[in-house]
Design a protein around this ligand. Structure first.
Ligand SMILES: *[C@@H]1O[C@H](CO)[C@@H](O)[C@H](O)[C@H]1NC(C)=O
Ligand SMILES: *[C@@H]1O[C@H](CO)[C@@H](O)[C@H](O)[C@H]1NC(C)=O
Length: 307
C-alpha cells in the first residue's frame, strides 16, 4: 500500500516537474543561474516573500524523487518540438472533443505545487472523457497545468514554424485501458492536448475565471477550489485544427510514448492576465518559470489535421 502511494506521488511529480540536467528546462542563458541557486531548500516559505529574482526553479525538491531512468538527456523522441507546417503530413481526423461535461460542472482545485499551477477535479473518482483527433480510444483527463516564462516573448514549449507563444496549457490524459497516469506512463498510454496562448490587446472574458483561480494560488503550496466552469475556455478551443506526433513528458523523467495533440489556434491572453502567471511564486520565494526548450524531431513524422 505504502509503496504504491509512493510510486503514485512520484509519477504525479513526473508530470509536472521540469527536467534536471543538461537538457535545459529553461533558456540556455538562464540555466547557470538556475543551478547555482539550487542550494537552499526551504520547506517553510512564509508566503509573504515577493522577491523579484530573475530566475527560479523547483529542482531541489525533485532530486530526492528522481528515481528510475530519465530520458531527458538521452531520449530520441522528446518534447516539445518545433512544429513545421510544410513538413507535416496532412491527415483526415475528427476534431478532439469532450464526451461529457464532468470537468465543467464540478468543483476543481487550483494548486501551486511549486512546479506549476495544476488543476484537478476535487472529486478524484470523477473521470472526464475525451476522444477524437489522433486518440484511437477514449481517454480520461487527469490534470491541466501550465508552462510559462519570465517575459511576454517566451513561455510556450511547442513552437509553430519557429514562433514561440507566451504560455502553454497541457491537459494530461490517460487511455481508458490504464487505471491511472502512473500505469499509463509505463504502458505508454498517456496523451496530452496542448493549448497555446498568444498575447492579445483585449481580454478574453472566458479566460477571466481561470486567471482568477491562478491569482488565488500565487504563493507556494497553496490551493483554491472553484467551479469547473472556470475551464470553459478549453471547450471553446479543443475542436480546432491541430498537429499531432509522439513525444515525451516535458518534465522529469521525460518518459516517451506520449501522444501529443497541439491545437493550432492560440487562446488570446492579455498582458495583465499573463502577468498573473509571471507572479506565481515557487519554493524559494522567487517567481516561477517552467518551460522547456524544443528538442530535435529525429525520425518522427508530425501530422496535421486537414481542418
Ligand atoms: C475504452 O473506450 C473505447 C472507445 O470509446 C470503448 O470502445 C471501450 O469499451 C473502452 N474500454 C474500457 C475498458 O472502458
Ligand atoms: C477543496 O474541497 C475539498 C473537498 O470539499 C476539501 O477537502 C479541500 O480542503 C478544499 N480545498 C480548499 C483549498 O478549500
Amino acid at each position: 500500500m505504502r509503496v504504491s502511494v509512493d510510486i503514485f506521488l512520484r509519477a504525479l511529480f513526473a508530470l509536472t516537474v521540469p527536467c534536471i540536467g543538461s537538457a535545459n528546462p529553461v533558456s540556455d542563458t538562464a540555466s547557470t543561474a538556475l543551478f547555482s541557486s539550487t542550494t537552499e531548500v526551504s520547506t517553510s516559505s512564509d508566503g509573504t516573500s515577493s522577491t523579484h529574482a530573475p530566475f527560479t526553479h523547483p529542482f531541489h525538491t525533485t532530486n530526492a524523487l528522481h528515481h528510475g531512468q530519465s530520458f531527458c538527456d538521452t531520449g530520441k523522441m522528446q518534447s516539445p518540438i518545433d512544429l513545421v507546417e510544410t513538413s507535416c503530413e496532412k491527415k483526415e481526423y475528427q476534431p478532439v472533443k469532450f464526451l461529457d461535461d464532468i470537468l465543467f460542472t464540478n468543483e476543481v482545485q487550483y494548486e501551486n505545487n511549486c512546479e506549476t499551477v495544476k488543476i484537478t477535479l476535487v472529486d478524484k473518482t470523477l473521470k472526464p472523457r475525451v476522444e477524437g483527433g489522433p486518440l484511437n480510444s477514449c481517454y480520461f483527463v487527469d490534470n491541466i497545468h501550465f508552462h510559462w516564462g519570465m517575459k511576454n516573448t517566451e513561455g510556450c514549449e511547442h513552437t509553430i514554424n519557429g514562433k514561440q507563444f507566451c504560455m502553454e496549457a497541457h491537459m494530461v490524459m490517460y487511455k481508458n485501458t490504464s487505471k491511472d497516469v502512473v500505469e499509463a506512463t509505463i504502458k505508454k498510454e498517456l496523451a496530452v492536448v496542448s493549448f497555446l496562448f498568444s498575447l492579445n490587446p483585449t481580454m478574453d472574458p472566458d479566460l477571466k475565471t481561470m486567471v482568477h483561480g491562478v491569482t488565488e494560488v500565487l504563493q507556494p503550496h497553496t490551493m483554491f477550489n472553484i467551479s469547473g466552469n472556470s475551464l470553459n475556455i478549453l471547450k471553446d478551443f479543443i475542436g480546432s485544427g491541430f498537429y499531432s506526433y509522439t513525444g515525451s513528458l516535458t518534465t522529469h523523467n521525460c518518459d516517451e510514448g506520449v501522444l501529443w495533440t497541439v491545437l493550432k489556434k492560440p487562446i488570446p491572453i492579455s498582458k495583465t492576465q499573463l502577468i498573473i502567471f509571471h507572479d506565481v511564486i515557487g519554493e524559494d520565494g522567487d517567481e516561477l518559470q517552467n518551460w522547456r526548450h524544443t528538442k530535435p524531431l529525429n525520425d518522427r513524422q508530425v501530422f496535421v489535421s486537414s481542418f
